[in-house]
Design a protein around this ligand. Sequence first.
Ligand SMILES: [Zn+2]
Length: 699
Amino acid sequence: MLDKHQGARLANLWDDGKAAGMTEPEKLLYRSNLLGSDKRITNYGGGNTSAKVMEKDPLTGEMVEVLWVKGSGGDVGTIKMDGFSTLYMDKLRALKGIYRGVEFEDEMVGYLPHCTFNLNPRAASIDTPLHAYVPKPHVDHMHPDAIIAIAASKNSRELTSKIFGDEIGWLPWKRPGYELGLWLEKFCQENPDARGVVLESHGLFTWGDTAKEAYETTIEIINRAIAWFETENTGPAFGGRSKPVLAAADRAAIAKKLMPVIRGLVSAGESKVGHFDDSQAVLDFVTSTSLEPLAALGTSCPDHFLRTKIRPLVVDFDPAQPDVGNTLAGLPEAIATYRADYAAYYERCKRADSPAMRDPNAVVYLVPGVGMITFAKDKATARISAEFYVNAINVMRGASGVSTYVGLPEQEAFDIEYWLLEEAKLQRMPKPKSLAGRIALVTGGAGGIGKATANRLMQEGACVVLADIDETALEAAQTELSTQYGKDFVRSVNMNVTSEAAVESGFGDALLAFGGLDILVSNAGLATSAAVEDTTLALWNKNMDILATGYFLVSREAFRIFRNQKAGGNVVFVASKNGLAASPGASAYCTAKAAEIHLARCLALEGASAQIRVNVVNPDAVLRGSKIWTGEWKEQRAAAYKMDVDELEAHYRERSMLKLSVFPEDIAEAIYFLASDMSAKSTGNIVNVDAGNAQSFTR
Ligand SMILES: [Zn+2]
């Protein structure tokens, strides 16, 4: 394999000094994290590790043999001690007595909780018998690209023996479960000197007498496969290049055009979030002669296609004569055809008790010369799906370079995809949050109201792009929010809302980051104060530029995206009480705020036929956390009311009808209401959040 990641050998990271004082379970954790730290060894969430350890039984005080094994749904790279399930080995062995045969193997999963040691609440995974029945104290099961490339080759048995001799055995494809555990046990009994086994179309099992030996064997075996590919797979990747690679900026430009349109076409059932990947491994594949035939064969390792669907959609785009308009026009039919093919696959393969057909849309979209786009229910899933398809690309590159690549037979793939045990896992997932899969852009996102709004929307599952002109505050806000909600949910763009070019490029960055847009919160602002005769033209224009023109520019950009995406849209303006109520000595500010409110009404009218809603929140006197309410403006306001700046908050509170202070979180709550489906039938509205002010009653 010639990929830059594939070229290098895996390093042996085991540190005797670190491991010296560790208990056996701690060494298992150490080894697991080392293995999972490199995606060439195993994919995210893929594979598992185990150790058989003597422990004191809490009931009898006797020493008993306990299997520690990665629990259900974990990831070896990030697993912690509580991610392992623990089971009595004698009880696991006793299960053989009640096993009714392969057609009943799924029922064995129900017996695993009966084998739990020490009331450990971590659910045991389907792979537990695979570890229990290998008669070795330490067992690793990994999904290394280099091994799966062998396992997914037409002559994988022959290749395995050619590369590893008798050291590593080979077992034909078998869905992971109780029966495969018995196969592994039988293999070990018949081949006591073997150090591991390749599972056809799946991955690798290795073992050892100590944690260190198991780890080093795993690394050594994968490195031997990598080295073998280095000498054997020397031809051009995927049979050679047949299409040009576009320049990086052009690739991004094409992706920005395609992503919102694809998103609109595949988000009918649930809103989806996108991810774009144009790494070298992807580009090698999407420019190759083998792109179409290999993509059609589908992915092999079950872990891969559970994340990526059995096959990707190859977008009709010719990088030699780029005409994105043509491609966009063809997308509805291409996506409808994919859905019909998927439904036909479901009908061909379904069994009497199969769960209902799931979302028939593609997850992976391959664009020749440009890269790979993925769409899933949230950003993390879209990103991880892309990582899995890169694993699949590496596998196809290896297998097709030395042999013929084979995907999993369709019925086997279906039986895994619609496995009742997988369905049960999906049913256990928590209900999605109210803004799951929605994408919002908040201008002034680093300030008081903007950041509180981003926080509120992210609490409900939205992905948020923070747009602000203040680079330092922007960085701080992004760090704060990504610490709270995870890096996948937030991006930031430097945006001067008065610059047409900055607005266009900021929205473009948002499209590339998340694949589309559902919600625009236009909030970037300023406030000035001066008697009309002292208002300079510059001051007047500044208010108009930021408040009126700025709101126009971001709305126009959002409308363009909404119309391409064809999935409705939502705009919330943060205006001001002063847009309705006149205030002394602030004519430029009040007039610009009134313009915002009227712009919102015009846009509500224009957007309605495309299900684009536009509403306004009118705050008043939100002092806390505000960048507007610092320095000059605060002093000017205090002077206007002939009081000290520290008295302002109390002044505004007492002035309100409800005698309450208004905080950024209060404004954010109203924005969330207007941005969510709770207000699905409201447009052209104004919600005052000002603790009551008769002057701004709407009529
Ligand atoms: Zn596996």
